[in-house]
Design a protein around this ligand. Structure first.
Ligand code: HPA
Ligand SMILES: [Zn+2]
Length: 341
């Protein structure tokens, strides 16, 4: 298939994005604009020098730059603009449902109040819902390099906004910060009615995926690449229908894999895992949803059936209610059927 034909097909798929850090969608141009209006000096002289720094050898090298960039965000308007820019972009790519992460502690640690952060993000999500018809869920992520006590404080701050938060997640530096460190705060989060997910098995071992399932009791694993090291774990993911939210361009950018051709997604599909693909931090890794589908499909020679399966899986793995899920899955299937006519 011609690359332009594949790109057109991908553009037309109704898509769901389930693994997106809103702070990771902060494009350099917007970052400089907001930094300037907030009179914040970024540690980079120009957009070009910032972009030059986007060469990472591992997750930590990326996180250092990601947290530095987020320092430009101070006011509700900043969080609104950041989120709105992301939603406009993915609307242009026919993304119709998003479940997005935000990292409150990245901001509250700089004395930006929790309500400022969530209100700006939420207003943009509401606007996209009414103007674009994009449905959404919001996931508050605990930073795992910080203590469980800090996570408990974040949980406490979130309670006045419980009605607009759907779940909690766990992100940041994985190695040395296993899921077990957050067992109590995840239990307390569930008691507040939050759904649970966690990043696991991106750089960390398959044992961290077991912990996320057994100790944190998550319903989805973010990344989970390393599950293939462990046959018993794969069996469990398949039997219990635990989805993985994979991020192919992120994996290449952070050297979780050496090249896209090594991406495990097609093997995961063959094993019956509910694998899905997303962008993670698109401003830093050079790809939104379409680019992630395209690069993966091209490198792994995915069939149209496999691409359809990925798109269906994302709705299956979503937190939409059963009726909305069925409707969206029907739309994906109708779309692929129309291609065959
Ligand atoms: O890919 C990621 N992994 C862990 N933490 C993160 N925070 C933003 N992106 C990531
Ligand atoms: Zn992530």
């Amino acid at each position: 298939m011609e690359s332009s034909e594949l790109k057109n097909i991908i553009q037309g798929i109704p898509k769901a994005e389930l693994h997106l850090h809103i702070e990771g969608s902060f494009e350099p141009e917007l970052m400089f604009k907001i930094a300037q209006r907030n009179q914040i000096t970024l540690p980079y002289k120009s957009i070009a020098s910032l972009k030059k720094a986007y060469k990472f050898n591992n997750l930590q090298e990326f996180l250092d730059i990601y947290y530095a960039g987020a320092q430009a965000l101070l006011h509700e308007q900043d969080f609104f603009d950041l989120t709105w820019a992301y939603l406009k972009k993915v609307h242009s790519q026919n993304v119709i449902h998003v479940e997005l992460f935000f990292d409150p502690q990245t901001h509250t640690d700089r004395r930006v109040p929790f309500p400022i952060v969530i209100t700006g993000i939420h207003k943009a999500l509401e606007k996209a819902k009414s103007e674009f018809g994009i449905s959404y869920k919001l996931i508050m992520s605990y930073l795992r390099h910080l203590s469980e006590e800090e996570a408990f404080k974040t949980l406490e701050s979130s309670l006045p906004f419980k009605h607009i938060i759907d779940g909690v997640g766990l992100d940041s530096s994985e190695l040395g910060n296993p899921p077990s460190k957050f067992q109590r705060v995840f239990k307390a989060s569930a008691q507040q009615g939050y759904q649970l997910v966690a990043h696991a098995g991106e750089e960390g071992p398959s044992a961290y995926i077991w912990e996320a399932l057994d100790l944190l009791k998550v319903v989805r694993i973010d990344h989970g690449n390393r599950c293939l090291d462990d046959d018993a774990l794969v069996k469990r993911l398949v039997e219990e229908k635990i989805p993985l939210t994979l991020c192919p361009t992120s994996n290449v950018a952070l050297k979780v894999i050496q090249k896209m051709e090594e991406h495990p997604v097609s093997e995961m599909l063959k094993k019956g895992i509910i694998a899905t693909i997303h962008s993670d931090d698109p401003a830093y890794f050079g790809g939104y949803m379409n680019e992630n589908y395209y690069e993966t499909a091209k490198a792994l020679h995915l069939t149209l059936d496999q691409i359809q399966q990925l798109a269906v899986n994302a709705f299956k793995a979503s937190w939409l209610n059963a009726d909305a899920k069925q409707k969206r899955i029907g739309e994906v299937k109708d779309y692929f059927a129309s291609l065959k006519k």
